[in-house]
Design a protein around this ligand. Structure first.
Ligand code: SF4
Length: 494
């Protein structure tokens, strides 16, 4: 895309003013972010501008769409074509109207989509890593190439969570810290793998939509639940086949005979003793240290979490199953004459219930959510009265998408949005070396609402007039709602 703003300078260089860096670009070269180049004296956005096509035509017929093809500017159905911000370009300073403010008619309603690649100094990614394995203590620093780029945050159910990036690491540390942070965020947002090391913890390779790799071992299963939940789910299937079951878990280890599930099944006490802190009957905390062994603990021998059996209750021949929350680890024991557990081959009737735990585990994945604040100066490219855009988004009159993908808007002030990066087309994110991430954003609303919020009415161009430039047509993902559906601008964004 040629921009009017490109200003010629000496030696045939042109000056890009799409971000604060203001690169001078030689003929045939690209600027510091690789996004803009000097092509025959014109400032050109180097990647094609992505246009989404709705594959499900009216009438429910699925139109085959083999790969991508260049868009020749012809609009067959206005409501079947959506102009994304990917490759649309950036305007700077922000008071300039966004690169594209496109009008179209959808089911008799005049709509406007404001399209811009926003520059985000305030942004980061939240990473959910489906694993029980201990990756590092909460608040521990997460590093790439030795640079701090984020920290471990509160663990969730079956997943470890990281908070990466943010303005502190992008701008508040050394130049290298900012550059490495920016690059890691870019790679993760574009679906690439990044190796992270955690202080006092482990090394993990994370890639959106792919299994995490912890210390070189690919994780396959997400646990079925905590130790107590696993008891609650499978108690009936163990009943009668074994006298005691311990489900080893770093957070809540479960003991079947003491657990309410075992009580309701009429199971007798076994005189078992667990180390750690008893919370409620059959539920124990802190039986071991966190680690990468059984159930996210540091143990490789589960017997180390047991004390001696009570001789008044236990008896020789007592059958004991110990299993982890993914079924990855399991061992069967019987008590000998001295009431010491002796490992034996797993009896056949117990094989299936143990395999059932593994069967009920979902595949372990890494999830990357990009989070950015669009409540700043970017809004001036949409309207001369930015707070009205914020209100319009909060009132669900304006529908926000990121590269055509749905976003979650945080309640409260500003327009802080999160998006699952796997729902965008490939390589939708960019960067500028300020450093900051570049993310596509589209604001869609009715023409009437756009005028009411003080939009740049003079800059509106009809969709049918968009011809020329390098544009690429891609099919919209079937699981993403169509951004131009008439109900979208007024639907709840929560
Ligand atoms: S970093 Fe990129 S967007 Fe910024 S001035 Fe240079 S070429 Fe233009």
């Amino acid at each position: 895309m040629a921009l009017d703003e490109a200003s010629p300078v000496a030696d045939d260089k042109i000056r890009c003013d799409a971000c604060p860096v203001m690169c001078f670009i030689k003929p045939g070269a690209v600027g510091a972010c690789d996004r803009y180049g000097n092509v025959d004296g014109e400032l050109v956005r180097m990647e094609p501008h992505i246009v989404l096509e709705r594959t499900l035509e009216h009438g429910g017929e699925v139109v085959p769409f083999a790969g991508s093809r260049e868009w020749d500017g012809e609009i067959v159905h206005q409501q079947g074509t959506f102009i994304t911000a990917i490759g649309a370009g950036t305007t700077y300073p922000d008071y300039k109207p966004a690169p594209f403010i496109v009008s179209s008619e959808v089911d008799g309603v005049d709509m406007v989509t404001v399209v811009t690649e926003g520059i985000f100094s305030y942004c980061g990614v939240k990473v959910k890593i489906d694993t029980d394995r201990f990756l590092g203590p909460e608040q521990a620093t997460v590093r790439v190439e030795g640079e701090a780029i984020g920290h471990v945050t509160t663990g969730e159910y079956g997943s470890q969570m990281l908070s990466l990036g943010g303005v502190h690491h992008l701008t508040g540390g050394s130049k290298k810290e900012g550059r490495v942070t920016c690059d890691a965020l870019l790679q993760l947002s574009n679906g690439k793998a990044v190796e992270l090391t955690i202080d006092e913890g482990e090394t993990v390779i994370v890639q959106a939509g792919k299994p995490p790799i912890v210390n070189g071992i690919q994780e396959s299963r997400m646990r079925v639940g905590c130790g107590s939940a696993t008891i609650g789910i499978f108690a009936k299937q163990w009943h009668g086949k074994v006298d005691e079951v311990v489900v080893v878990d770093d957070h809540i280890t479960g003991v079947l005979s003491e657990h309410q599930a075992g009580k309701l099944l009429g199971m007798a006490g076994t005189g078992i003793k667990l180390k750690g802190r008893r919370s409620t009957p059959g539920r124990y905390f802190q039986v071991a240290q966190p680690g990468t062994g059984w159930g996210g603990t540091n143990i490789s021998d589960p017997l180390t979490i047991l004390g001696p059996f009570d001789p008044k209750v236990a008896y020789p021949g007592l059958r004991l199953l110990m299993v982890s929350t993914t079924g990855e680890h399991a061992a069967y024991y019987e008590l000998d004459e001295n009431l010491v557990p002796v490992e034996m081959q797993m009896p056949q009737p117990l094989v299936e219930p143990v395999e059932r735990i593994a069967e009920n585990c979902e595949p372990a994945l890494s999830t990357v959510l990009f989070i950015g604040g669009a409540g700043g100066s970017l809004r001036a490219g949409v309207t001369e009265n930015p707070v009205r855009l914020t209100r319009s988004v909060k009132d669900a009159l304006t529908y926000v998408t990121c590269g055509g993908a749905p976003v979650y808007i945080w309640p409260g002030g500003g327009i802080t949005f999160m998006v699952d990066v796997t729902r965008l087309p490939e390589n939708a994110f960019g960067y500028v070396p300020t450093p900051a991430l570049v993310a596509p954003l589209e604001f869609t609303m009715s023409l009437t609402d756009y005028e009411a919020l003080g939009g740049h009415m003079d800059a509106i161009q009809p969709l049918v007039s968009l011809k020329g430039g390098s544009r690429l047509r891609l099919p919209q993902r079937p699981d993403n709602p169509w951004p131009l559906a008439p109900e979208q601008p007024r639907r709840s964004l929560g």
